[in-house]
Design a protein around this ligand. Structure first.
Ligand SMILES: Nc1ncnc2c1ncn2[C@@H]1O[C@H](COP(=O)(O)OP(=O)(O)OP(=O)(O)O)[C@@H](O)[C@H]1O
Ligand SMILES: [Mg+2]
Length: 355
């Protein structure tokens, strides 16, 4: 088991700054998820840790060793990628045994280790089968087993669940989390899926355009995003962004935008003047509070347990509220709404957070 540390890690492809001076310390045993939109540099970062890509600048440490120019095979890493590359002509058993046999592990030990790891990954009944006869989730677990069996210090995973259907993906998230707890190894997991990051990570690292925008536990990232990019990336549906202005009204401060003027809690010296207000759909409340703004329901999307309600309140873009499914709402209803004052956040015109 080992910690991983990246210092000023940079990768240029011609003039593209794929990874731009990343600093990241992953403690031993942490499950860290690198998440961000397509092209933000996740795979390039992981490939540099693995030794499959040479950094343009910066350093990589695994445990006590500076491994920046080590060969991949010397780094004691286990890699699981989106494409599984199981050997089709070998049984599940032989696929898992393969890396051990390369290392000339005695055959008696091979059998015991394959059996143990097959139980951990819940594929013991499948050991005699060929890869072509496995379901997607089973094949994914075989690939995991083949990685686990060599007992790597650090697991690197690049979108390993993206080829699975939605239901299986959710099940495998739980499996991976359980596996992490059981192995107590360091996991560095890459995904562009914010829900995967939220559900699995001890700590999320949000990347955008080759840089780290925020690091922290999932709920902290969700509730206290560092900037507008992070705020908009997490949460389904996305946070509402309203352009307006913070104005003084007597001793109160209010946010003033087309059709609404909610009162703001606490003095906010930093947020006077033009600003963007961010509020999550679950913090928009339907009802006639003291500070309610009038609106008309323009669209409804039932999710089953909750309902998304699109509110037209006079701005070009509707406001999305997430309400309990029991709350009977119909298109065309006049439904005033309030914004939960303690959950409003503000951004400047460049997308930086105003506090
Ligand atoms: N071998 C390469 N040659 C040139 N440019 C590359 C190469 N590999 C990646 N890039 C560029 O570097 C940037 C980061 O790519 P990377 O594959 O790391 O993104 P990613 O975050 O993994 O995206 P995705 O979610 O789509 O997998 C992109 O702009 C990509 O086009
Ligand atoms: Mg990638």
């Amino acid at each position: 088991m080992a910690a991983v540390r990246l210092e000023g890690l940079t990768k240029l492809f011609a003039s593209t700054r794929a990874v731009d001076a990343i600093d990241l310390a992953v403690p031993d045993g942490e499950f860290v998820v690198l998440v961000g939109p397509s092209g933000c540099g996740k795979t390039t970062t992981l490939n540099m840790i693995a030794g499959l890509e040479t950094p343009t600048a910066g350093d990589i440490w695994i445990g006590e060793a500076r491994v920046t120019d080590w060969e991949p095979r010397d780094r004691n890493l286990g890699m699981v990628f989106q494409s599984l590359a199981l050997f089709p002509h070998l049984s599940v058993f032989d696929n898992i045994a393969f890396p051990l046999r390369i290392k000339k592990v005695p055959e008696a030990d091979v059998a015991a280790r394959v059996q143990a790891v097959a139980e951990t990954t819940r594929i013991a009944p499948l050991l005699r089968k060929r890869p072509a006869t496995l379901s997607g989730g089973e094949a994914q677990r075989v690939a995991l087993a083949r990685t686990i069996v060599v007992k790597p210090a650090v697991f690197l995973m690049d979108e390993p669940l993206s080829s699975l259907d939605a239901k299986l993906r959710v099940e495998m998230r739980t499996e991976l989390k359980r596996l992490h707890a059981q192995l107590s190894a360091t996991f560095i997991y890459v995904t562009h899926d914010q829900a995967e990051a939220m559900t699995m990570a001890d700590r999320i690292v949000v990347m955008h355009q080759g840089r780290i925008h925020q690091m922290g536990p999932p709920l902290q990232i969700y509730a206290d995003p560092a900037n507008r990019f992070v705020a908009g990336f997490f949460g389904v549906p996305a946070m509402n962004f309203l352009d307006g202005e913070v104005v003084a009204e007597g001793s109160d401060l209010r946010f003033s935008a087309a059709g609404l003027r909610p009162k703001l809690p606490a003095p906010r010296t930093a947020t006077r003047g033009p600003t963007t207000l961010g509020v999550r759909p679950e913090h928009v409340r339907l009802g006639d509070g003291a500070d309610a703004s009038p609106a008309t329901v323009s669209l409804i999307e039932p999710l089953g347990d909750e309902t998304l309600v699109f509110l037209d309140y006079g701005a070009p873009v509707s406001l999305v509220a997430k309400v309990d499914a029991e709350d009977k709402v119909a298109v065309g209803d006049r439904r005033p709404f309030t914004l939960r004052p303690d959950r409003l956040i503000f951004f400047d015109s460049a997308g930086g957070r105003l506090r």
